[in-house]
Design a binder for this molecule. Structure first.
Ligand code: SAM
Ligand code: SF4
Length: 475
């Protein structure tokens, strides 16, 4: 299957073309995935549903009977890229009239029938909660109709679907634990495209992680827009729903997954500063196999901007969370997301973002210019009044500072010996391998008989701002 990950992807995995072995079946599916890790994980659910419906998978869009694009709406430029891709596929459709083109995910949910009726770019529009309906939607199209399902659900978690794994290394896998989001960050389209937050049954999560371990995987990343609000058998106010069943919060879920096997590394994304608990930090400290790594988006270093963003915390609160992390988990990697040029952001407020970066010293950051999104609170209440060139200038300033910090952080690793999980051969040579340290730093080293899925001890010898170099000291 051709899965192409968007270069602008927000989470830790970026930019590679992902493939899987061909599966048997008469009709061929080509699937491209854009956006965050959650979308990538959803693509694995979609692949599973369609392989069960008799599709085989292909990496070549030219031999496909069905082309699906799993889309992202988070910023305007992400949507533009997807529109261009749809236009390309539509040109191919002129030569192959039987070809079915479908759009999935956030853009499908946001634009609904527009893409069908006005832009005439697709045959199928399926929102993130309607993937079980895909076989039916395909049938409708084969019967000569256009097909749409953009209903959002209050309880769909695809808990019982065993995803077809598309991550080509066979070592690291994503596992969704919640869907949707109940926060209303004023800049964000996700609550509109992915609906209300729901948590998945913890036993199905543990089962999926155990199945991955048994299949040779050595790392799982638990995914949710706000993993800290994971709760099972509890209302959002903390009341127990069913007195006869146990409740599970995120810290407890982390421990359950860590218990699957000591050789299964556990990561998670995304943490929310307003909800991250001390119990989660203690779980990380207690289990060797829960990685010392937290992605904690700050968005801005200024409390007034954070208030307008409706993030639910102040600069001081955020720094207090950072202090708790450093106290409970020494040597924890911390990464973040930052938005520049949000509505009314003054130069002094921008300086506050630079100063919080200097205080925290993130390992890496995903940095974006604010992009106004239809229907959001910010679109309705505020003016997108920072000129594009100024947003770009501020963005470049924070990127330059982050690069300095990433380089300094990597230099500080030189001389250390780290336990590295081997993931793939490096991009440059089959004789070198790429793996990650516990705190998620990428390391390149000579293969010396190691293979994907092995743990090796690597002495760090050199670095640049993006990765470390090292040598195996003890296999
Ligand atoms: N749920 C995560 C959280 O609360 O941090 C973030 C999810 S979002 C898919 C990933 C990142 O995209 C956000 O953290 C934010 O930095 C960025 N983002 C979201 N909406 C944006 C917008 N309208 N313009 C620019 N960046 C945006
Ligand atoms: Fe968007 Fe905020 Fe939810 Fe993250 S927590 S998905 S930024 S609304």
């Amino acid at each position: 299957m051709g899965i192409v990950l968007d270069k602008d992807m927000d989470e830790t995995r970026q930019g590679e073309a992902i493939s899987m072995n061909k599966t048997e079946g008469s009709r061929k599916l080509y699937l491209e995935s854009y956006g965050c890790a959650m979308n990538f994980s959803d693509s694995e659910v979609v692949a599973s549903i369609l392989v069960n419906d008799g599709f085989s998978t292909t990496q070549d869009s030219e031999e496909a009977d069905l082309i699906l694009i799993n889309t992202c709406s988070i910023r305007e430029n992400a949507e533009q890229r997807i529109r261009n891709r749809l236009r390309q596929f539509n040109r191919a459709k002129k030569q192959r009239p039987g070809l079915i083109i479908g759009i999935l995910g956030c853009m499908a949910e946001r634009l609904k029938t527009n893409l069908l009726e006005e832009e005439k770019l697709v045959d199928i529009v399926a929102g993130p909660d309607s993937y079980r309906d895909l076989p039916g939607l395909i049938e409708e199209v084969e019967g000569g109709q256009k097909a749409v399902n953009v209903l959002l659900s209050r309880d769909e978690t695809y808990a019982d679907i065993s995803p077809v794994r598309l991550d080509k290394n066979g070592v690291t896998g994503f596992v969704s634990i919640t869907r949707g989001c109940d926060n209303m960050c004023s800049f964000c389209v996700v609550p509109f495209t992915r609906g209300r937050e729901r948590s998945r049954d913890p036993h199905t999560i543990v089962q999926e992680c155990a199945a991955l371990f048994n299949a040779g995987y050595r790392e799982v990343t638990l995914l949710g827009q706000n993993v800290d609000s994971y709760r099972w058998n509890m209302t959002s106010k903390g009341e127990i729903k069913d007195e006869n069943s146990p409740t599970t919060n995120f810290a407890q879920l982390l421990e359950m997954v860590a218990e699957v096997h000591p050789d299964l590394r556990v990561r998670f994304s995304t943490s929310h500063p307003k909800d991250m608990t001390i119990d989660v930090l203690h779980a990380i400290a207690k289990y060797e196999n829960i990685c010392n790594y937290i992605h904690l988006p700050v968005q801005s270093g200024n409390s007034d901007v954070l208030k307008r963003m409706n993030r639910g915390y102040t600069r001081e609160w955020y720094l207090n969370r950072i202090a708790a992390i450093n106290r409970i988990i020494p040597d924890c990697g911390i990464t973040t997301d930052i938005i520049t040029g949000f509505c009314d952001e003054t130069l002094a407020q921008h300086e506050d973002t630079l100063s919080i970066m200097r205080e925290v010293k993130y390992d890496t950051a995903y940095m974006y210019k604010y992009s106004v999104r239809p229907k959001t609170l910010a679109e309705r209440k505020f003016e997108d009044n920072i000129p594009e060139e100024e947003k770009q200038r501020r963005l470049e300033e924070i990127i330059t500072l982050q690069h300095e910090h990433s380089l300094a952080m990597n230099k500080a690793q030189i001389g250390k010996v780290e336990k590295v999980l081997v993931e793939t051969p490096s991009k440059r040579s089959e004789e070198q391998m790429m793996g990650r340290t516990d705190r998620n730093l990428k390391v390149i080293f000579d293969r010396k008989g190691s293979k994907p899925g092995d743990y090796v001890m690597v002495k760090i010898t050199d670095c640049n701002k993006a990765s470390l170099k090292g040598e195996i000291v003890e296999a």
